[in-house]
Write a protein that binds this ligand. Structure first.
Ligand SMILES: NC(=O)c1ccc[n+]([C@@H]2O[C@H](COP(=O)([O-])OP(=O)(O)OC[C@H]3O[C@@H](n4cnc5c(N)ncnc54)[C@H](O)[C@@H]3O)[C@@H](O)[C@H]2O)c1
Length: 341
């Protein structure tokens, strides 16, 4: 992975942006983040560069074809060139969207990220997977385009709404299940900065080995095949959906040991108790089936590469027929109806 990661204070950001080797900065910023940090991020004082700012809608709504068209139109109508550098400022939705804009604008310009949510710090901004949603499902239009730099500034987290913090913790838990070292950090309640840094190192290591997701990078999809569907069906946060998706995978495979490990990590990271959005009702299996069929990871013969663990820290890929997944969910429907985490 060629991305450089810099940890810094918010008042050092300005100077770092001035150092970027370009005379033209294209900034894509979540409009809520701009409203919260307009003083700290005053782009009008950046020296020796023209700055063009796109105030993005915010969050997931940004990742649409309509916003893509509006944003690229806005930049293209302002005399830009291929040595321009784009800077994404916001959560994972903004970095996914901005990276896609950067990858396609004038056939590709360089870009960097200033992640402002926990989820984007530990996951979304790293690894160059960028894209937008289609009416048919999440992240179905995208490419790989790695950012040049990630500017990590933990103090953005102090304004993050609780629900977004929970969402980020969902992805942190995923790492805690994939890596023994991160599990231990969570269990001993290490400082958040240390946990964030370990998650970043883990993802960097995986991306370095497998940028295009031919093998090991698939591990990072733990809980995501169901998670993406649940996120759309119930309009819940990404991280919460990933936790629920992980729980369903463990339950389907009758892995009570892993459910216990998940619960313990949740307790230590102060997450939960978590109730399912279908609380006391049946899981909407047909709706879920619709999204599993749209999953980009679906392979030939209607199979999905599900991620499971031999034990914490030892993930593996289990290619499973979607028909079989549906059967297993059906068998477990009573447990699924009434669980709490
Ligand atoms: N590309 C990848 O590898 C990858 C990995 C994981 C997730 N993702 C994507 O990331 C997205 C989710 O990202 P997210 O959880 O960061 O959410 P988000 O970008 O949707 O942001 C969530 C909300 O938090 C607000 N916000 C952002 N920073 C803030 C701050 N510092 N203070 C106050 N409010 C703030 C935003 O305005 C938004 O309303 C999803 O679209 C998911 O598909 C991508």
């Amino acid at each position: 992975m060629s991305t450089e990661i810099l940890s810094l204070k918010i008042d050092e950001l300005h100077g770092e942006l001035e150092k970027i080797e370009t005379d033209l900065l294209l900034i894509v910023i979540d409009h809520k983040v701009l409203a919260l940090y307009d003083k700290e991020l005053d782009f009008s004082t950046i020296k020796n560069k023209k700055v063009i700012i796109w105030k993005a809608t915010d969050g997931e709504k940004t990742k649409s074809l309509a916003e893509y068209e509006a944003c690229t139109d806005y930049f293209l109508s302002r005399d830009i060139h291929r040595r321009a550098h784009l800077v994404a400022i916001g959560g994972g939705a903004i970095s996914d969207f901005s990276g896609f804009v950067a990858a396609t604008l004038l056939r590709g310009i360089s870009w960097s990220v200033i992640p402002t949510t926990l989820l984007s710090m530990v996951d979304a901004s790293i690894g160059g997977k960028v894209g937008i949603n289609s009416k048919q499902g999440k992240n179905l239009l995208g490419v790989f385009h790695e950012p040049t730099k990630i500017y990590l500034c933990e103090s953005f987290l102090k304004t993050l709404p609780a629900v977004e913090l929970i969402s980020g913790k969902g992805e942190v838990l995923k790492y805690g299940l994939l890596s023994k070292e991160i599990e231990e950090l969570i269990l001993k309640k290490a400082p958040l900065a240390e946990i964030i840094s370990a998650c970043i190192d883990y993802k960097k290591m995986i991306v370095l080995k497998d940028l295009k997701e031919a093998g090991e990078r698939k591990f990072l999809n733990l809980g995501h095949s169901f998670g993406h569907g649940l996120e759309r069906i119930y309009q819940i946060s990404h991280g919460e959906a990933v936790i629920l998706g992980t729980f369903l995978i463990f339950l389907m495979n009758d892995r009570k040991d892993l459910i216990l490990a998940l619960k313990e990590l949740m307790r230590k990271i102060e997450l939960g108790p978590l109730q399912s959005p279908w609380r006391g009702k049946s899981l909407p299996v047909d709706d879920l089936l619709y999204y599993l069929n749209k999953d980009k990871k679906k392979t030939e013969n209607d199979r999905l590469d599900l991620i499971l663990l031999e034990k914490v820290g030892s993930p593996f890929i289990q290619s499973t027929e979607i028909k079989k997944i549906m059967g297993l969910l059906e068998e477990r429907k009573d447990d699924i109806k009434n669980f709490s985490l």
